[in-house]
Write a protein that binds this ligand. Structure first.
Ligand code: ADP
Length: 928
């Protein structure tokens, strides 16, 4: 409202006019026409007028009176003064030329408050115009201010609405309001998006339309509660979207009018579907865990920081006999668990909380059914913030496992013990069985029994049958055992040694083990050892008797061969006499020849027999010399040729052209090959093919004898070299063998460091024998030349006196006869004494002396003769059945010049006698 100017107020008048006269006039008009106290500010330009009008200060205490201006017309001035709302900064009255009505109207429209035509100017008019202008300006100002306030209020309302909308739209929850009829009139974006309606569509829509009648019924029920109670209601509501349940938690409240009547229901619904699902999943999980916890054999217990049980599984009842619910909220100590167990658990819980790491413990618990072993893991349980909330103990009952482990360990220990025991028993057994001496077996038994059973002292007494009831006592004492008390009984543990037929052999006794009784097992072990020793003793006894028998067999063979030679000697002599006498002709001469052949065969058999027994007794000495393979084969062929020819076999030879050197005994090796050739001839039907071949293979010289005869069956092949082995006894007998030839061959080859192999494709498919001998590097000097073929008939030596001494009268007489035939003077005697006497009395040139004589032996006689210097020229020749190198050495030692083996061949005898006459050829050569 316009302020009424009261007396005393000052009206500031901006008086604008280019003409000072105009200005003065107007001042006067004002002064005379009004009661205002005016203060004039005169300006003569439009610019100055605008500046003053717009200067700070209240517009209503000012007024611009504008007379004509030279720089600006009135319209322009007003236009310059009005603001955006068409209001001037202070009331403006324009003095217009003339009556100014036309311009005045325009000026009023442009914003001036009043105008006065010059013509009308008077103090009264001016005063009225000023008053008018001021009132009008004040009214305009008022209108303008009201308009602003309204606009401002509207703006504020809009802002508030926007804010509300933003807030409810921004809410994640669904916000809505519906009227009493259930028509929605306010919804937020979340609500609309959820139900799929635009803002416009949502206006006035109902729950039936949105959710269908079923859901709407539920929803409306809680709406009604709100409306009737006038209070907030929280309701769970379930809607369905695309066939899937969506759960809401809705908070609903009434909107009240001023009279306190509810006119609408407003609500906020939160979608709790995922929460519900999570809850359901959690519950399911919880149930699962519970089932698991209740059914696992392990005990599960959850502890808080104060060691209280917050959970225990049903299994705890088995361990403690108490119900799980007894435990909840109580510590193990409060439950009265054993103190050491409490300490163990408390430490583990503490450590798990402190270190954030699982702790393992082992403990025992006296359960109602007995002591049980447990192993436990105390595991920290972290909350979502990474803080340890609880410690979960998982306790596993190890009792059965522990027991099984203990059982296994015990069994293992037992097994180890038995393995050790077995090893020691095996060792003892091995030692006892390896030994063939009863004394050693007794000693080993005693020591081993004492050591194995840990006795301080052990004694074995044995009485051996067959050794003249010899007794053996073996004693073993441990180093730390005290001296044996002769008064105290020897021991409580003993075991008898028995022979195969149950006869007692002796007793093994163990002294008491200090501080430890013997067990049943110890007794068994001792008995077992005694049994092993008994077998060992039996073996030793058997071995001894076997050796004895073998020895006796060898002795027998040697004696047999020797004894066979004695009768052979006179027969050979007799045949030689018959031949030399030249008296036999026709059938008698044929019979003599046949007898000679058979005799030769018999001599060979006897020689083989003797050789085998010698080799068995280790009594063969090889006369080793460097010789060629060819020499061996030639020698062998020479003696086997008659047999090959007799069988009308074809002999094929494949021999190396270069000499192949070996170190060997020429006679023995020739014997080997000759035996093989003889067998080939013997076991090949007449007219067969025999191949003798030789070659070298690396360091070996090889001889092969192959025939296409009867062959050898596969089962017999490995045994042909065994002594007395014969494939077909009837056949062999027909062939006149003893089954010793190959055995001899093998032994001789082995004595030479070689080996022999027999091969045959089977019966009727021939055989092949292969001998391998080590080759020698040829060296000059030691080469044995093949002996010159023995002169079968040497030129008869000059007659001499020969004394023959042999207790075999036929042998002596026949030899005498033969010498007689050879032209010598002969005397025969039959014992040593007679020989000595005859030598002294008759003074012979040569003495042929048997060694095995009754009374004085041949050696005695020889020694006595040699001790007589008067007999220095006497030729002393041993003629004996014993022909080994050892025999020859012994005869040489006794003083014999020559050594002949019975039966003596006439040629050999002649050669010896000839050597007597030709001392240059004399040597220790033996024949036989
Ligand atoms: P024997 O005196 O029986 O010939 P040996 O020891 O020489 O004894 O031979 C043993 C056995 O081997 C003979 O009985 C014979 O059955 C068999 N045997 C040996 N040589 C041959 C061969 N060349 N062919 C077939 N069988 C053979």
């Amino acid at each position: 409202m316009a302020a009424r100017m009261t007396t005393g107020d000052i009206l500031r008048v901006i008086l604008a006019g280019s003409s000072p006269g105009d200005r003065q006039w107007i001042i006067e008009l004002m002064r005379s026409g009004s009661s205002w106290h005016c203060e004039f500010t005169e300006v003569d330009t439009g610019e100055a007028a605008v500046r003053h009008a717009q200067s700070p200060g209240a517009g209503r205490e000012r007024i611009l009176l504008a007379a004509p201006l030279s720089d600006m017309d009135a319209m322009r001035l007003v236009a310059r003064l009005v603001d955006a709302q068409g209001i001037t900064p202070c009331p403006v009255v324009v003095i217009t030329p003339g009556n100014g009505r036309e311009l005045g109207t325009v000026l009023l429209r442009a914003g001036a408050q009043d105008y006065i035509g010059e013509e009308w100017l008077s103090p009264y008019v001016l005063a009225r115009a000023v008053a008018n202008a001021r009132v009008r300006w004040a009214m305009e100002q008022d209108v303008c201010e009201r308009d602003d306030a309204r606009k401002q209020a509207e703006e504020q309302l809009r802002q508030a609405q926007r804010l509300t909308q933003t807030i409810i739209d921004g809410a994640g929850a669904l916000v809505f309001a519906k009227d009493l009829q259930g028509r929605y009139f306010l919804t937020n974006r979340a609500w609309r998006e959820r139900v799929g309606l635009s803002e416009l569509q949502s206006q006035g829509v109902t729950d039936e339309a949105v959710y269908g009648p079923q859901v709407a019924q539920d929803v409306r029920r809680s709406d009604q509660q709100v409306l009737t109670s006038g209070r907030r209601v929280v309701a769970e509501e379930t809607t369905f979207q695309h066939g899937r349940a969506v759960y809401y938690l809705s908070s609903k409240f009434p909107l009240m009018d001023e009279a306190g009547r509810a006119y609408a229901v407003c609500g906020v619904s939160t979608d709790v579907t995922s929460l519900k699902e999570t809850q359901a999943a959690l519950q399911a999980r919880e149930r699962e865990l519970q089932t698991l916890a209740d059914n696992t054999p392990d005990i599960l217990a959850r502890f808080d920081r104060q060691w209280h049980h917050v959970f225990v599984s049903a299994a705890i009842a088995r361990m403690t006999g108490r119900a799980p619910q007894d435990f909840i909220g109580r510590t193990p100590r409060e439950l009265g668990m054993p103190a050491d167990l409490c300490t163990c658990w408390e430490r583990a819980i503490e450590a798990a909380f402190r270190e954030g790491q699982a702790q393992t413990v082992e403990f025992t618990y006296e359960a109602p059914g007995g002591l049980r072993h447990f192993s436990g893991r105390f595991v920290p349980e972290f909350g979502s913030g990474g803080r340890i909330e609880h410690v979960l103990a998982v306790l596993h009952d190890d009792t059965e496992q522990k027991r099984a482990e203990q059982d296994i360990n015990r069994l293992l220990e037992e097994e180890r013990h038995y393995a050790r025991l077995l090893a020691r028993m095996a060792q003892a057994s091995h030692r006892m069985h390896a030994s063939l001496s009863a004394d050693e077996i007794a000693q080993v038994l005693t020591e081993q029994a004492r050591e194995i059973l840990g006795a301080p002292r052990a004694v074995t007494h044995l009485t051996l049958e067959g050794s003249g009831g010899r007794t053996i006592q073996a004693v073993s004492t441990s180093e730390d055992a005290g001296p044996a008390d002769p008064a105290a009984p020897e021991g409580v543990l003993n075991a008898a040694l028995t022979g195969k037929g149950g006869e007692p052999l002796g007793l093994l006794q163990l002294a008491d083990r200090p501080g430890e009784d013997y067990t049943h097992e110890d007794r068994t072990v001792l008995r077992q050892l005694a049994a092993i020793a008994s077998t060992g003793l039996e073996n030793a006894r058997l071995y001894a008797s076997l050796r004895e028998a073998d020895h006796r067999k060898d002795e027998f063979l040697a004696t047999l061969a020797h004894e066979l030679r004695n009768p052979l000697a006179p027969i050979r002599n007799g045949l030689e006499i018959l031949r030399r006498s030249g008296q036999l002709t026709g059938p008698a001469a044929q019979a003599r020849d046949m007898m000679e052949r058979q005799l030769a065969h018999m001599v060979r058999l006897v020689d083989d027999l003797l050789d085998v027994s010698r080799i068995s007794r280790g009594k063969v000495d090889l006369r080793l010399a460097r010789l060629t393979l060819q020499a061996v084969l030639e020698n062998a062929l020479e003696s086997s040729r008659p047999a090959i020819e007799a069988g009308h076999h074809r002999l094929v030879m494949q021999l190396p052209t270069e000499p192949v050197w070996i170190d060997g005994d020429l006679t023995r090796l020739a014997q080997v090959v000759s035996n093989l050739l003889n067998n080939a001839a013997k076991y090949t039907p007449a007219g067969g093919r025999i191949e003798l071949s030789a070659w070298t293979e690396g360091a070996c010289a090889v001889i092969g004898v192959t025939d296409d005869g009867t062959g050898i069956s596969a089962d017999m092949l490995p045994r042909v070299f065994d002594l007395f082995a014969q494939v077909d006894r009837t056949l062999a007998r027909a062939q006149g063998g003893l089954g010793i030839g190959l055995s001899l061959v093998k032994k001789l080859v082995e004595l030479h460091g070689g080996d022999i192999r027999a091969e045959s494709q089977g019966l009727g498919r021939g055989s092949r024998f292969t001998v391998r001998l080590p080759r020698a590097v040829p060296a000059a000097g030691s080469v044995a030349q093949p002996p010159a073929p023995a002169a079968r008939i040497t030129p008869s030596p000059a007659p001499c006196r020969v004394l023959v001494c042999d207790d075999n009268i036929d042998g002596a007489e026949s030899l005498g006869l033969m010498l007689d035939l050879l032209g010598h003077e002969v005397r025969t005697v039959h014992d040593g004494d007679a020989a000595l006497a005859t030598v002294q009395a008759w003074r012979p040139d040569v003495v042929l002396l048997d060694i095995g004589l009754p009374g004085l032996s041949g050696y005695d006689v020889a020694r006595r003769l040699r001790s007589d210097p008067a007999l220095r020229g006497l030729l002393l020749v041993a003629v004996t059945g014993w022909g080994t190198a050892g025999d020859q050495r012994r005869s040489a030692e006794a003083g014999f010049d020559q050594h002949l083996t019975k039966p003596v061949e006439a040629a050999a005898l002649e050669a010896v006698l000839a050597r007597r006459l030709d001392p240059a050829r004399a040597g220790p050569a033996a024949s036989g």
